[in-house]
Design a protein around this ligand. Structure first.
Ligand code: SF4
Length: 235
């Protein structure tokens, strides 16, 4: 399907219109990758309200997650009657990396951090996305400098699939308004100073006045703060 049509549908009928169109045209060929944090929980709620049979749900267990995320995964499956598929990294690659570079290699250099994200996140995600035509995400434009030109529908050149970002224009406040109005389950870390949640050793609480993603890989420059999952140069 033409990206222009999808983006036009989004402009006219918003996230629900875009989701409805995608699930109708790509029934059984669409997948949503969820991190179980606030934005993604909103998308899960929207997808389940539209047609949960038409889409598959996946999440990544990097081996370094907060316990809160596992509870949220369980609660989300129960609440929506879905079965989110959990993807794990290859054990041999994790073992080799830790043997060579240590268990907390990510603090030592951007290169090490990217290697860890590649082995624990990107490779399992790419494996999980194989065979699908559409990848749905919970990305928002205002989340970071690396996402400020994100469209609602784009072509992922690397993965050769359509990428749909239905919450692209949502503000942080709108995400939370949606969660409250619809009683969407979410990780309790969000109530305790963690507006954005990644792996436990790479996420800290944010201070008053800091950006939403300031607690992610806080020791790095904002420009390098992506895990590799969303570094598409669309074209
Ligand atoms: S967020 Fe941290 S622990 Fe998780 S995969 Fe990336 S570098 Fe590794």
């Amino acid at each position: 399907m033409n990206l222009e049509i999808l983006n036009k549908e989004y402009q006219t009928n918003g996230p629900r219109g875009l989701i409805g169109m995608v699930l109708e045209h790509y029934r059984g060929e669409s997948v949503f990758s969820t991190s179980l944090q606030a934005e993604d929980q909103v998308v899960t709620h929207m997808l389940c309200g539209e047609n949960k049979q038409a889409v598959d749900f996946i999440t990544l267990d990097t081996g370094r997650m907060f316990e809160d995320i596992y509870h949220t995964l369980h609660r989300t499956n129960q609440r929506y009657g879905i079965d989110i598929r959990v993807m794990f990294p290859h054990t041999d690659r994790v073992e080799e990396m830790v043997k060579e570079k240590g268990i907390n290699l990510f603090y030592e250099s951007v290169e090490n951090r990217k290697l860890c994200c590649h082995i624990r996140k990107t490779e399992p995600l790419v494996r999980a996305l194989q065979g699908y035509k559409v990848w749905i995400t919970g990305l928002r434009r205002e989340q970071s400098v690396t996402r400020n030109s994100l469209p609602a529908a784009e072509w992922d050149k690397g993965l050769k699939m359509i990428k749909i970002n239905p919450l692209v224009d949502f503000s942080y406040q709108e995400v939370w308004q949606y969660i409250r109005e619809n009683k969407v389950p979410y990780p309790s870390l969000h109530d305790n100073g963690y507006p954005s949640i990644g792996c436990a050793p790479c996420t800290r609480k944010v201070e008053k006045g800091e950006g939403v993603r300031a607690g992610r890989w806080w020791w790095e420059n904002p420009e390098s703060k992506e895990c590799g999952l969303h570094l598409n140069k669309n074209g």
